[in-house]
Design a protein around this ligand. Structure first.
Ligand SMILES: NC(=O)c1ccc[n+]([C@@H]2O[C@H](COP(=O)([O-])OP(=O)(O)OC[C@H]3O[C@@H](n4cnc5c(N)ncnc54)[C@H](OP(=O)(O)O)[C@@H]3O)[C@@H](O)[C@H]2O)c1
Length: 337
């Protein structure tokens, strides 16, 4: 089968950084489903894993943790899917990614594709939706049923892949007042389209930006970009007893700065459940199915912005390069082999 992968970790301008390959088709066993991949999306995790280093792989390293496709075979213990089902999922970063024609994934982290979306529209959603859902509802404890209606959330990095769905979940499901950040007209308009009540510019001091829109403090902050750079502003902006969640690594955030306000700081890493095979791993199937339902009933929209064809190394290198620039709006999806 066709796949895109790497042996060496090289700058994205190097043609060998991602290569077109022929690899053996895997077989479904246990709780795995074998998915015929129709569309994939790219996330910053792909380029972080692909970042240049000396390591050399003997077997090709296949990236890609966002896919939509059709179930082509199932393992003997699979309970929730049958051959022919249309699915979408992010997968498990400890296993090969979905940049291949047929891909194995544990059924517990797979959801039913929204009926109202094409495979490409669906492939834009899984990784970012799981991240945003787990951040807001599982980690920060915000009610997905609107019981925190009227409280405020600051979403730093609102127009990116995660921000685009986080704004929708916060505004439409949780009914929060959403303040998102964006630095350009295009990204600002995107945040408003997805439901942000106000947009401030993360290229300026966030304290000043909040003051300019008349907001003194917020109940929740979801940090989707550069935790270290935004740390002081988050410490200043969070309400006493509020909650801050970050999905982006830090080397210098000082938790002591949150003590006097008794602020809770939580991490979100969307691969935790699969990576550690936690007993509640199937929650990711439930999250994807809930997202699917909300899309089909019109509460949520796909965050797809661009589609490229076909799925090959050249197109994937272009998307990695764009992601590395740091100003992608919504999601870019690749479809067809
Ligand atoms: N822990 C997890 O489970 C998890 C899961 C998913 C993603 N992540 C991480 O979360 C981050 C965001 O992911 P993503 O998929 O949303 O990325 P993305 O789509 O590439 O994000 C691009 C967005 O970042 C914004 N941005 C650029 N510089 C910024 C800054 N200094 N402050 C705030 N926003 C800024 C840009 O807005 P403008 O163009 O308006 O500047 C752009 O819209 C990445 O680091 C990713 O690795 C972590």
């Amino acid at each position: 089968m066709k796949a895109v992968g790497l042996f060496q970790y090289l700058p994205i301008e190097d043609e060998k950084s991602l290569q077109d390959l022929e690899v053996e088709m895997p077989m479904a066993t246990g709780r795995d489903v074998l998915v015929k991949v129709k569309a994939i999306s790219v996330n910053p995790v792909d380029s972080k894993i692909r970042a240049p280093k000396d390591k050399v792989e003997v077997q090709p390293k296949i990236l890609g943790w966002d896919a939509a496709g059709e179930v082509a075979a199932i393992g003997s213990e699979v309970e929730h899917f049958v051959v022919g089902d249309s699915v979408f999922y992010a997968g498990d970063v400890t296993r090969p990614g979905a940049n291949c024609e047929y891909h194995l994934v544990d059924e517990r982290i797979v959801g039913k594709k929204p009926d109202s979306l094409s495979f490409s529209e669906a492939a834009a959603l899984p990784l970012t939706s799981i991240t945003a859902w787990e951040s807001l509802f599982d980690r920060m404890g915000i009610s997905s049923q609107g019981e925190d209606e009227g409280k405020s959330v600051l979403i730093i990095g609102g127009a990116g892949g995660v921000g685009s769905i986080a704004i929708q979940l916060a505004a439409r499901l949780a009914k929060l007042n959403v303040i998102a950040t964006a630095s350009r007209d295009e990204s600002r308009d995107w945040c408003i389209k997805f439901g942000a009540n106000q947009v401030i510019n993360h290229a300026n001091a966030l304290d000043d930006e909040l003051k300019n829109i008349g907001v003194a403090e917020v109940d929740y902050i979801l940090c989707l970009n550069n935790t270290d750079a935004h740390w002081q502003a988050m410490v200043n902006a969070i309400k006493p007893q509020g909650v801050i969640c970050s999905v982006v690594e830090t080397v210098k955030a000082n938790l002591g700065m949150l003590k006097s306000k008794s602020v809770t700081f939580v991490w979100e890493f969307m691969f935790t459940r699969a990576m550690y095979q936690t007993p509640d791993m199937i929650e990711q199937q439930h999250i994807l199915n809930a997202v699917s339902k909300c899309v089909d009933n019109g509460e949520l929209m796909t965050t797809l912005n661009h589609v490229k064809q076909p799925i090959n190394a050249k197109n994937l290198r272009r998307v990695h390069a764009d992601i590395e620039q740091g100003n992608v709006v919504g999601k870019v999806v690749l479809e067809s082999w």
